[in-house]
Write a protein that binds this ligand. Structure first.
Ligand SMILES: *Cc1c(COP(=O)(O)O)cnc(C)c1O
Length: 305
């Protein structure tokens, strides 16, 4: 499928300098997927790409997915659908039709139909998609799992590393929501590269939420490290410590992060570095997976950018 991003060929690495990295002799490069597109940011394009292809192949005319009121996935889906000539719809968790979030308002303006469900109905509906994602041959709607978390999503995410110039990074790090992106990185990494996922969910353990069925048999799991301690209280939870940290990173390096995913990822990397987790002298690749639009739900003035 032809891509719409002129930036895809020139997407760059930003050097992230930090006093801790200097102390431990680490070079840190940030893959700036946040600069891919103003709406379809970060990892979301990669996760959607093969669903769009599937929809085209199966002559579907509508892409339907799931998400919450601030979902980066849904807003990316709305815009990608529009650009590729599909209509789109979303099941929204929670029945708060009044006072729509910026995210949902914008998605609606892009033509996305919003279908509100109670939490229970939403969870039921979501489960059926995970169980039988491609069952509905009659309908012209393609149902995409929440967060693009399925085989197509993983396949697209595997291509992310092809954007990185051939620098021998010993570590590849990303934030983990559904684990789809991490699964792609694990499948795409070289045999000696260590892959580190920072879970933004509370209560995950082991390689959760990554599903084993997403991983190639050859993927070396001994190179995979999941960090479960830097979720700051759970999904979309934040604190003054996190926001101050994000402001400091921006002031020092010019790299903006979001409070749901990448802020926690960056925080975790500095913490791990300070605890001597990374071998001294190593080069580290950090995936900036975008998501900056989500910062609009913070109280005004929380961030300096
Ligand atoms: C969606 C999202 C993630 C999580 O990706 P998964 O593939 O669901 O793990 C990480 N970072 C940002 C900015 C996101 O929007």
């Amino acid at each position: 499928m032809a891509h719409i991003f002129s930036a895809l060929d020139t997407i760059g690495l930003s050097h992230w300098d930090h006093v801790i990295f200097r102390k431990f002799d680490l070079q840190v490069d940030v893959l700036r997927l946040d600069q891919l597109h103003p709406v379809i940011s970060g990892n979301k394009w990669f996760k959607l790409k093969y669903y769009l292809e599937r929809a085209k192949h199966e002559e579907k005319n509508k892409l339907v997915s799931f998400g919450g009121a601030y979902s980066n996935h849904l807003i990316a889906l709305a815009e990608a659908s529009r650009l590729y000539g599909f209509s789109s719809a979303a099941y929204i968790r929670g029945e708060e039709r009044d006072n729509l979030s910026h995210t949902l308002k914008e998605a609606m303006e892009m033509g996305m139909e919003l279908r509100f469900l109670s939490r229970r109905d939403y969870d039921e509906k979501k489960k059926t998609v995970f169980a039988t994602p491609y069952e509905n041959h009659e309908s012209r709607e393609l149902l995409i799992p929440e967060g693009g978390a399925g085989r197509e999503g993983v396949k697209g995410a595997t291509e992310i590393l092809s954007l990185v110039p051939a620098i021998p990074h010993a570590y590849i790090c990303c934030a983990v929501g559904t684990g789809t992106t991490l699964a792609g990185l694990i499948n795409g990494a070289g045999p000696k590269q260590k892959v580190i996922g920072v879970s933004v969910l509370k209560g995950t353990s082991g390689i959760e939420p990554v599903q084993r069925s997403w991983l190639l048999n050859s993927a070396p799991l001994e190179n995979v490290f999941m960090i479960h301690e830097d979720h700051f209280g759970g999904y979309a939870k934040t604190s003054r410590i996190l926001l101050d940290f994000m402001n400091r990173i921006f002031s020092e390096s010019g790299i903006p992060t979001d409070f749901v995913y990448t802020g926690k990822l960056f925080y975790s990397i500095v913490r791990l570095a300070s605890e001597n987790f990374f071998q001294a002298g190593s080069r580290i690749l950090v995936l900036h997976s975008g998501g900056l639009q989500g910062n609009r739900s913070l109280a005004p003035g929380s961030l300096v950018y």
